[in-house]
Design a protein around this ligand. Structure first.
Ligand SMILES: *Cc1c(COP(=O)(O)O)cnc(C)c1O
Length: 370
């Protein structure tokens, strides 16, 4: 019997155990040297001046937005297709997420549709490098400059992805990453914020630690947060970051292998723009009209065959608390037809071959063995 094939499992080894044990034995479990190391090394990896760790990626987005001054009555432009956390972080500040449809090829925000959504209340544009492919950043940046808006990158899925040779996380005013268990690298729960803006970095450092004044004994001048990463999480993160190049290489090999094996199947296969290098966080093809079964049926068939697959995110304006009066045809269509196939770095080529056998022939005889 083969093992169930997971959609994305963490890739942990003896280095993670060693650093974690070191953190435990040192007694430094909340603050500690691994937190400093992870921040220094992640900033170097992204090519930014600063990196600030947080307890998760959602908290990172919230802290970044709040620290930029986004608040009640403001609007933040976000893509209609992303994980719910992108919009939730906006809502926590009291601001309203304003959706813009996505473009088919990058699955990122369609810059041509941004300007019609800008009002006097708009404070920021939050882009998402969905499933690891960078957005067409220059087009967004141009609009942001013209309208004096912040640009925030939700890079939760895109550690190491490149836009015109530059690392994502170094493109916008500020960027947020997630270290959840299924992301490119993990700390269990965890997140990190990158920026080149010293004033913003200091503001975020202050606010993430209960707005504690320097040298003041329990003196606080405003409402702060506690969204710090523990030294235990960071110990795992330092070990993970040492292996990120291998992980990204393996993700790319997996995507290439899928693309080879699925070429003649009625799927739209993920393709990088010539200016982009994806992190290939999730291998994310889209079923064409003439694919033999529906997306949801395919997921069920895969599950019966011991393969875990996931649907694309539900387009956010379809969620009851995020509905509005506009239409987002591309986001709706792609959300309904997209699938995430197993993409973890622990997968073997043989396992990918097996997944492709089922995807190539979902109604094939092997299905009846059940
Ligand atoms: C994972 C993810 C987040 C949230 O990260 P957590 O660490 O789970 O809080 C935010 N945005 C996107 C696009 C994500 O995929």
């Amino acid at each position: 019997m083969r093992r169930p094939i997971p959609v994305a499992e963490p890739n942990l080894g003896p280095e993670e155990e060693k650093y974690l044990l070191e953190a435990i034995r040192s007694g430094w479990i909340s603050r500690g040297k691994f937190v400093d190391q992870l921040e220094e090394q992640f900033a170097a990896f992204c090519g930014t001046k600063f990196a600030l760790s947080t307890c998760n990626g959602t908290a990172a987005l919230h802290l970044a937005l709040h620290s930029l001054g986004v608040s009640q009555g403001d609007e933040v432009i976000v893509p209609a297709l992303t994980f719910v956390a992108t919009a939730n972080a906006v809502l926590y500040t009291g601001a309203k997420p304003i959706f813009v449809d996505i473009e088919r090829e990058t699955l990122g925000i369609d810059s041509h549709q941004i300007e019609e959504k800008i009002t006097e209340r708009t404070k920021a544009i939050m882009v998402v490098h969905l499933y690891g492919h960078p957005v067409d950043f220059d087009a967004v940046k141009k609009i942001a400059l013209e309208h004096n808006l912040w640009v925030i990158e939700d890079a939760a899925e895109a550690h190491g992805a490149l836009y015109k040779g530059k690392k994502v996380g170094s493109l916008g005013d500020v960027a947020c990453f997630s270290f959840f268990g299924n992301k490119i690298i993990t700390t269990g729960e965890g997140g990190i914020i990158t920026t080149n803006d010293k004033v913003l970095a200091n503001r975020m450092r202050f606010l993430r630690n209960q707005a504690t004044c320097a040298g003041g004994n329990y003196y606080h001048t405003e409402v702060g947060f506690n969204c710090l990463m523990t030294n235990l999480q960071a110990a795992i993160g330092v070990a993970q970051l040492q292996k990120i190049k291998q992980f990204l290489q393996r993700k790319r090999e997996i995507a290439n292998l899928y693309n080879d094996l699925l070429q003649d199947v009625p799927l739209i296969l993920p393709k990088e723009k010539d200016w982009a290098k994806s992190s290939f966080w999730m291998y994310a093809p889209i079923l064409k009209e003439n694919y033999p079964v529906s997306r949801d049926r395919l997921i069920k068939i895969l599950r019966q065959k011991g393969v875990e697959a996931r649907p694309f995110f539900v387009a956010l304006p379809r969620l009851p608390f995020l509905q509005d009066n506009s239409l987002y045809p591309t986001a709706y269509e792609i959300s309904e037809r997209g699938i995430n196939l197993p993409s973890g770095t622990t997968l073997t080529d043989e396992e990918i071959n097996y997944v492709c056998e089922v995807v190539r022939n979902p109604l094939g005889r092997h299905q009846l063995k059940r």
